[in-house]
Design a protein around this ligand. Structure first.
Ligand code: PMV
Length: 326
């Protein structure tokens, strides 16, 4: 079967970030951004990264939120795109409708949108797994964000796999608590490298992650929020244990992050079904059911009046639009 379609002139792809319920933290010894630990992701609605790509004959130019990007950050992705999609180069204009590089997984949605758009622009046919593998070279978590719903990225894998669509858990809500809009000082890429090189607990974290992940898969299959919430907490807190024990230590948390963690703990003790997770940044993300969301937000805002919260659902995954050729 012919696998080359007529290349389009401009393609726009929109993708939502993949929040990790169990964490990818650390690189496998082989390949680019292959994970040392398995992760379970949920693609979010509401937060969006948009990548608009156009063919060019010159040196590719990439902007994120109008800021030109140094190409060395994108070079492995561009090289992989050339390998799997062919030699045509493209310019990319990328934007995020939420804080960038602040611990809200903007690199997952950014590279998922870029890989999806570049594939459509090239006119080549790639399977979703191949698009996932391409996105992974830009950012490991992006391998998950090319799909809708819930996804799994096994340890050592080249691509993530879809598990369930958004209809598996329509009343699940993910509440992002925006503690700080600024970019983090240490990227997750740098953070992982530092932890892997210096934390005495890294090896133990990797050994432990598989069992935790398997329990999370079972809890997700059963839509058991309390079980999934408890495992999600263990996963992020064990990940942070490797960060605190790195040299020099990595501390992404801010006082407001801790205030939210403690407040959510209190809400649970009062019977509300809400659990938190964090990534490489100060933001705290909560999972709860639709029926509890208003009470959770009202209580948090009572405690921290300046706190901005964004409610999201399980997202539909990337969508693509193509402009006709002249
Ligand atoms: O894909 P990266 O390089 O942005 O790393 C993601 C790392 C975490 O967000 C902390 C965990 C994850 O699985 O998304």
């Amino acid at each position: 079967m012919k696998n080359t379609l007529e290349p389009a002139r401009t393609v726009t792809a929109v993708a939502g970030p993949s929040l990790a319920l169990t964490k990818y933290w650390g690189k496998h010894c082989e390949g680019i951004n292959r994970p040392a630990t398995p992760s379970l992701g949920v693609t979010l609605s509401t937060f969006q990264s948009t990548a608009c790509v156009t063919l060019t004959d010159g040196q590719p130019r990439i902007t994120v939120n109008k800021v030109p990007q140094p190409l060395d950050r994108f070079q492995p992705f561009l090289d992989e795109a050339t390998r799997v999609l062919g030699p045509r180069r493209f310019d990319a204009v990328c934007t995020n409708n939420f804080p960038t590089a602040a611990g809200l997984a903007s690199s997952s949605s950014g590279f998922a949108a870029l890989a999806t758009a570049a594939t459509a622009l090239s006119g080549r046919f790639l399977t979703q797994a191949e698009i996932s593998a391409l996105a992974r070279v830009g950012s490991g978590s992006a391998a998950r964000a090319v799909y809708h719903g819930f996804t799994e990225f096994p340890a050592g894998a080249e691509y993530a796999e879809p598990l369930y669509g958004p209809d598996h858990w329509p009343d699940l809500r993910i509440v992002a608590c925006l503690v700080d809009h600024g970019p983090k000082a240490v990227s997750s890429r740098q953070g992982m490298a530092r932890v892997q090189a210096t934390s005495p607990y890294f090896k133990r974290w990797v050994e432990d992650a598989e069992g935790l992940h398997r329990e999370a898969l079972a809890a997700l299959a059963a839509r058991d929020l309390a079980k999934l919430g408890d495992i999600m907490r263990l996963s992020y807190l064990r990940m942070f244990s490797t960060q605190f024990s790195a040299s020099p230590p990595l501390v992404y948390w801010q006082p407001t992050s801790v205030q939210i963690i403690q407040h959510v703990d209190g809400l649970r003790r009062r019977g509300l079904g809400v659990w938190e997770t964090m990534d490489a940044g100060p933001q705290v993300k909560l999972i709860c059911l639709d029926t509890d969301t208003d009470a959770v937000i009202a209580s948090l805002q009572d405690q921290i009046p300046s706190l901005q919260t964004v409610v999201t659902t399980v997202g539909n995954g990337p969508c693509v639009s193509t402009s006709p050729r002249d």
